[in-house]
Design a protein around this ligand. Structure first.
Ligand code: SF4
Length: 195
């Protein structure tokens, strides 16, 4: 592919001469690039961390979503994974890390403790990270299965593409009443377009 040149706010000229055009919106192209180049900052505090390590192993292959690279500086990260229980003493640290990340930035609550405090209904535990930082995706589970985590990541990618600010919650893959499956995870290579 040759030179890529933005000719207006809504079209791109691709390649050389006639016949090399791709029509899209610049924002759609930007969102498409952002959702496939997430640099994660893992803020891991408790037992959910074991499942997080599993998710980041080759078996589940986060690299196919462009989200496998960890950065241990918040200034180089745009995806904050909050993994595990957050105590009141940790809360200011979490807030500071979030504030050090440059926008655009996104937050995923990994597990029930991060989502709502879990069964730690006491004065030492924060009842959900959204009391401290804005949260984009909640992944329930104690701990969540890797497949649920991947569903959460795909939910976030869809939010980035659409530009939605609404928080999203990962649903069970199988409806407990109807036993019907409605999991999100699919190998979606090649499904996305830039339009
Ligand atoms: S949700 Fe369960 S596994 Fe995860 S940190 Fe809380 S108690 Fe541990």
């Amino acid at each position: 592919m040759g030179e890529v040149k933005a000719t207006t706010q809504t079209t791109l000229e691709v390649g050389e001469g006639a016949g090399g055009f791709a029509t899209t919106q610049v924002t759609a192209l930007t969102h498409w690039a952002q959702k496939y180049s997430l640099f994660m900052y893992p803020f891991v505090t408790a037992c959910c961390g074991m499942e997080f390590m599993s998710v980041t192993s080759p078996r589940y292959d986060l690299s196919r979503f462009g989200a496998e690279a960890p950065r241990f500086s918040p200034r180089q990260s745009d995806l904050l994974w909050v993994v595990g229980t957050i105590s009141q003493r940790q809360a200011p640290v979490l807030k500071r890390i979030y504030e050090q990340m440059a926008p655009p930035k996104w937050v995923i609550a990994f597990g029930t403790c991060a989502s709502c405090g879990g069964f730690y209904d006491n004065y030492t535990t924060v009842a959900g990270i959204d009391k401290i930082v804005p949260c984009d995706v909640y992944i329930p589970g104690c701990p969540p299965r890797p497949e649920a985590v991947l569903d959460g990541l795909l939910l976030l990618m869809d939010k980035i593409q659409s530009g939605s600010k609404d928080p999203a919650i990962v649903k069970p893959r199988t409806d407990p009443v109807t036993s019907q499956s409605h999991g999100l995870i699919k190998l979606r290579r090649g499904r996305d377009s830039m339009v």
